[in-house]
Write a protein that binds this ligand. Structure first.
Ligand code: FCB
Length: 463
């Protein structure tokens, strides 16, 4: 049994589900541009319609209520609310989120709002994007306005979803929008995403002391493939870029010295200005953790074959450590090729609880893609996803028992959706979506999750 008050949620993001890219005065985002370019998205997919959540949000909220979710984590689309990322706000865009939030509240579902899940207004990218410091300031203005408009009905706020992805997939490997391959710019982007977080926290705190405000990071335990010095160095480097660059900044107010040293050939770091790290590390009410898998890495010359294959032609996101190879750790994999390792979740929770100032923790994303199919009897049988979530929830339970301040869990994702550069080929949902008809069908994992929530804990080990 989980403690009373444990948050049982599911998560989505605006770009992956909404569609309606030109409705009601929405501006363009970097993902609109990216999807229109050849070779960026598997199969040439785009999110023009996505899963039509913009028009179907009432039905989708009803599904959440049927599941018994106590909370729903979603993101707002910046260009829907502020089409050019600066200047005029679009009241109709804000209205959509007001309607969504009111619908959630009418079922007693707590809205958890993420301000940025990767859909930067194109106009801001044209002005330099995240490598430009001004984007952080634009984001704080945006956060302040959304918070002023929705702060009366949304209590839980998070700033930037997975800054690692925005910075390093967006500006170093080019796997994500805007698709740039500029390591030095990616490093600036990473700092400005952190700064954007800090400035947004400041702007929201100035308005309403009651809001619960957090940052959101994606963490991976990193294991060296062997005990060799090269492999251990590879693990230190990847852990530094993936985990410590963001956790240390947000929670300790510093960047790891070894990571800055690894990157010194790229920049003199003049973009890190006095006071930035104090802004970035202002106290948080909660930390949102996205967890999917573990990395096993090799630093051997020649590099081992990468187990973490990219879907499209892209470079390395691991700036300054491009030589590191990602090795198959021998665990079962999901259809993303991501290794299933629930023990890694415990490892990261323990480490965050032990090494950083104590702050309430939430798993804000966790889940798995499998090749689900709709059976002729109209059901979707996904025992592997049940087993994945069951195993990770057991870890959450063990973490709580051992005193780690973990207070909730959000499955990724509520529904199948547009999985970025992978397009629609990867299904993460508890709910199956037929992309032709937009019909929603609860998978067996959704029914199982609903039972779990109703019970307030895990019934018996999932098969
Ligand atoms: C995370 C993203 C989310 C989704 C999952 C699978 O990195 O935050 O949008 O793509 O991975």
């Amino acid at each position: 049994m989980f403690p009373t008050g444990f948050v049982w949620g599911a998560a989505t993001s605006a770009y992956q589900i909404e569609g309606a890219l030109t409705a009601d005065g929405r501006g363009r985002s970097i993902w609109d541009t990216f999807c229109s370019q050849d070779g960026r998205i598997v199969g040439g997919d785009n999110a023009d319609t996505a899963i039509d959540h913009f028009n179907r949000y009432r039905d989708d909220v009803k599904l959440m209520a049927d599941l018994g979710l106590t909370a729903y984590r979603f993101s707002v689309s910046w260009p829907r609310i502020q089409p050019d990322g600066s200047g005029a706000y679009n009241a109709k865009g804000l209205d959509f989120y007001k309607r969504l939030v009111d619908e959630l509240l009418s079922y007693g579902i707590d809205p958890w709002l993420t301000l940025y899940h990767w859909d930067l207004p194109q106009a801001l990218e044209d002005a330099g994007g995240w490598p430009s410091r001004d984007t952080s300031k634009r984001f704080a203005d945006f956060a302040a306005t959304v918070h002023a408009e929705l702060g009366d009905r949304v209590r839980h706020w998070s700033t930037v979803n997975e800054p690692w992805c925005s910075a390093f997939l967006g500006y170093a490997s080019g796997e994500h929008a805007p698709g740039r391959r500029e390591p030095a710019a990616a490093l600036r982007a990473a700092h400005h995403l952190n700064l954007a977080h800090g400035l947004a926290v400041q702007a929201m705190r100035a308005q309403n002391a009651d809001s619960q405000i957090g940052g959101c990071v994606n963490v991976y335990p990193v294991t060296p493939a062997t005990g060799s010095e090269a492999d251990q160095d590879a693990a230190r480097r990847i852990d530094g870029l993936q985990n410590r660059f963001f956790l240390d900044a947000l929670l300790k107010g510093s960047y790891p010295e070894d990571v800055l040293a690894d990157l010194s050939h790229l920049s003199d770091m003049e973009f890190i200005q006095d006071g930035d790290l104090a802004t970035i590390s202002a106290p948080l009410d909660m930390l949102l953790i996205n967890y999917y898998s573990r990395f096993t890495v090799s630093g051997a010359p020649g590099g081992a074959a990468s187990a973490a294959a990219a879907p499209t032609d892209s470079g390395s996101p691991w700036i300054g450590s491009e030589h590191v190879g990602f090795v198959n750790g021998g665990r079962p994999v999901t259809s993303m090729g991501w290794e299933v390792d629930d023990s890694g979740l415990y490892e990261m929770l323990r480490r965050i609880a032990d090494e950083y100032p104590r702050v309430p923790l939430y798993i804000s994303e966790n889940g798995a893609a499998y090749d689900d199919t709709l059976g002729e009897d109209g059901t979707v049988h996904d025992p592997e996803r049940v087993a994945y979530i069951d195993a990770h929830l057991r870890i959450c339970h063990a973490a709580i028992e051992s005193g780690i301040p973990l207070q909730g869990y959000f499955a990724w994702s509520l529904m199948d959706n547009f999985e970025w550069a992978w397009g629609y080929g990867k299904r993460f949902g508890l709910v199956y979506v037929d992309y032709e008809t937009q019909a929603r069908t609860m998978k067996s994992s959704a029914l199982w999750y609903a039972d779990t929530i109703r019970h307030g804990g895990l019934l018996s080990r999932a098969q």
